[in-house]
Design a binder for this molecule. Structure first.
Ligand code: RB5
Length: 146
């Protein structure tokens, strides 16, 4: 699977960990930065990941900042992005299954390495559930059109 990853400085270490993990699983990882722990602003990186997903350059996106929150807000400004902050495998599973999240965000200052990897693996192996959930996703898309 093609996966775009991005972070700010506070999520850099976690982004590298997840990128290495994903590459090890055989995924094609596109690292959109940042590329060091020098201070940067998270919006451009969240937007870059979101744009890669909505342009079809990546099937899923992975974002990290200190909390996962700021970069998720930025990614969600791109129409078609459903970026979800997750903290563990349970929130990762539900974000993918119920919210059809196409970008998963985590906090480098919040989640431990093993928890983050479990969440990542769960996100990748969970399929979106249609039915009543699809209707809600369609309603979100309608909000974008306004
Ligand atoms: C950077 O210090 C921090 O504010 C940022 O990574 C993120 O946590 C914002 O949501």
């Amino acid at each position: 699977m093609r996966i775009a990853v991005g972070s700010d400085h506070a999520g850099y270490r976690l982004k590298q960990l997840l990128a290495d993990h994903l590459s090890g699983l055989g995924h094609q990882v596109d690292d959109l930065g940042t590329h060091s722990e020098a201070t940067v602003d998270y919006p451009e990186f969240g937007a870059a990941v979101g744009r890669a997903v909505t342009a079809g350059e990546a099937e899923l996106g992975v974002c990290a900042c200190g909390t996962g929150i700021g970069i998720s807000i930025a990614a969600n400004k791109i129409d078609g992005v459903r970026a979800a902050v997750v903290h563990d495998a349970t929130t990762a599973r539900l974000a993918r299954a119920h919210n059809h999240a196409n970008v998963v965000c985590m906090g480098g200052r919040i989640v431990g390495d093993e928890v983050a990897i479990d969440a990542m693996d769960t996100f990748l192996t969970t399929e979106p559930v249609g039915g009543r959930h699809q209707k809600r996703i369609d309603e979100i898309a309608e909000l974008e059109a306004r």
